[in-house]
Design a protein around this ligand. Structure first.
Ligand code: 5GP
Ligand code: MN
Length: 323
């Protein structure tokens, strides 16, 4: 694998060096891995004196606004002359949302990801399911790029890896993950600033949403399943947004004896975003695949196009089959 990976990385850098107008894009509902990886690779490419644009496909959550080089994020434009488009952390091309057409129009498309469900939609695909985060793959690439791994780049990669491993707790975390983190920490990044911004800045609105949502907690199958809801009515009551639901599902996963945790987020009356987490045995990516979603063994998600009560029945049926 390593030889094959080295060749893919070499090819990726070749494509970058041969291009001038380089576009990257976030995915819909971007997370820390997506945003951190984009800003790190975007900045590294900028240091090679290329025109870099990171298309903002969706809102960037407040938690990540402190990251350096946010100026690289731009609104969608109608650029025709795209030498290279790089997708990061996107399992399928539809996750690029409004940037999908740009990706298809580009002369070359590189797809860098760690989701096992990745559809290999690029001209070049660097898909490494054993990587704890896309940030870990981007780290490997920048190391080979003749660009200094500076404090800004290191900060973004640290955020990508820390958030996507649940603070180095998921079983995707390896010895290599820690070696990468150690190298990033050696670049004098401000760890306290990262931790306070990402993990210790929950707004009051979000805290109220946690309380409302936890009030809907249902414990099933002798305590092995925990499920909660977030409805549009709750969001209104708490003056919160759906993004504010981040973290609730891992909180209920951490209840003693729970194996599968699930949150149902009402986007509208007929569209429910589902997030799943597991602790030891169940591969939740298999459950989300039943609804055309994806993800990892311990963290996955999908969308169910039905009302929230039916969505609950449908997802519970699938969980019962595997628990
Ligand atoms: P979260 O529950 O935090 O939204 O997502 C957990 C994991 O599942 C992430 O790795 C994310 O990429 C993946 N995921 C969540 N929702 C979807 C979805 O609708 N489709 C796919 N393919 N992956 C998803
Ligand atoms: Mn990721």
């Amino acid at each position: 694998m390593n030889k094959e990976l080295d060749l893919l990385i070499e090819k990726c850098i070749e494509y970058i060096k041969a291009s001038n107008n380089i576009y990257l894009a976030s995915h819909i509902q971007p997370d820390g891995d997506n945003i951190g990886s984009l800003l790190a690779l975007g900045r590294a490419i900028e240091k090679l004196n290329k025109n870099v644009h990171i298309i903002k496909v969706d809102n960037i959550p407040k938690d990540y606004q402190f990251l350096p080089n946010m100026h690289l994020f731009k609104e969608l434009n109608t650029e025709k002359d795209i030498d290279l488009f790089i997708a990061l952390d996107s399992g399928d091309i539809d996750r690029l949302g409004i940037a999908k057409d740009m990706a298809l129009k580009a002369k070359k498309l590189i797809n860098i990801d760690h989701h096992i469900t990745n559809e290999n939609f690029g001209d070049l695909n660097i898909v490494l399911p054993t990587a704890s985060a896309t940030g870990e793959i981007v780290y490997r690439i920048i190391k080979e790029m003749d660009v200094e791994m500076d404090e800004d780049i290191s900060t973004c990669l640290y955020v990508a890896i820390s958030t996507d491993t649940g603070s180095f707790m998921y079983d995707s975390t390896t010895k290599y993950t820690h070696l990468v983190a150690a190298d990033l920490l050696s670049k004098d990044i401000d760890l306290n600033n990262i931790i306070v911004n990402i993990y210790q800045s929950r707004t009051l609105e979000r805290t109220r949403l946690f309380i409302e949502s936890l009030n809907t907690l249902d414990i099933l199958k002798k305590g092995k399943i925990a499920i909660v809801k977030v409805t549009q009515d709750m969001l209104k009551t708490c003056r919160a947004t759906l993004e504010d639901a981040e973290g609730i599902v891992s909180f209920i996963r951490d209840i003693e004896n729970v194996e599968v945790a699930c949150i149902l987020k009402e986007v509208n009356k007929e569209e429910i975003k589902v997030s799943l987490r597991s602790k030891k045995k169940v591969d939740v990516s298999n459950i989300s695949l039943r609804f055309n979603g994806g993800g990892h063994k311990r963290a996955a998600g999908c969308t169910i196009y039905d009302n929230i009560e039916n969505a609950k029945k449908l997802i519970l049926n699938e969980i019962y089959n595997v628990i």
